[in-house]
Design a protein. Structure first.
Ligand code: NI
Length: 191
């Protein structure tokens, strides 16, 4: 088990576009080790996901998993998913305002607009292709992680900077209202 250091906002590597991974490279011990490290690091930090550039590796790989997450208790579960060279297609114009945080942006949350219905195409860690429809907060989680591969942070998508809060102030002033709204949303659209 290797928990890697997570880069924080301000580190220029978080602003780079990560490169695609070839099939042969994906099969290498180094790349498989990186995937294991991402999973371990995500688990250790209670993240809903983590992308390779967040540990300083500029390749288009991310891991996503939501079980009972203390950081985001309202998120529907997502089984452990390794995405390699992912591509997202927006299926319509429906958007939802989601309050997000990020392991690379310590102690900050803010509201961003995310597409509700997406199709994501990717290879898994064995190189097998997948194409799946994701909805609601699960779609939002995928969009957040895939943004990292293009050098984007949720901060870039915060449309009203007055929504920015520390985690403590979110709990104190905003959590109840957000959870009420987003729970109704999750029940309506699913994942
Ligand atoms: Ni993030």
């Amino acid at each position: 088990m290797t928990v890697r250091e997570i880069l924080h906002v301000g580190n220029p590597l978080l602003r780079e576009r990560s490169r695609e991974v070839s099939h042969a490279e994906l099969a290498s011990p180094q790349m498989q080790q990186l995937i294991d490290d991402l999973i371990d690091t995500m688990h250790a930090a209670n993240g809903a996901g983590i992308a390779a550039p967040q540990v300083g590796e500029l390749v288009r790989i991310a891991t996503i998993e939501v079980t009972h997450n203390p950081r985001y208790p309202y998120k529907p579960p997502i089984p452990l998913t390794v995405v390699v060279n992912p591509v997202v297609e927006f299926l319509d114009d429906e958007l939802v305002e989601v309050n997000e945080g990020c392991l690379s942006v310590p102690n900050m949350r803010g509201n961003v607009m995310r597409h509700v219905n997406i199709r994501v195409s990717y290879a898994d860690r064995h190189g097998h292709p997948h194409e799946e429809i994701k909805r609601g907060l699960t779609a939002g989680t995928f969009q957040h992680e895939l943004d990292h591969l293009d050098g984007l942070l949720f901060l870039d998508r915060v449309h009203d900077t007055r929504s920015l809060t520390t985690w403590e102030q979110f709990e104190r002033f905003h959590r109840a209202e957000f959870i009420e709204r987003i729970t109704a949303f999750v029940e309506r659209v699913g994942s």
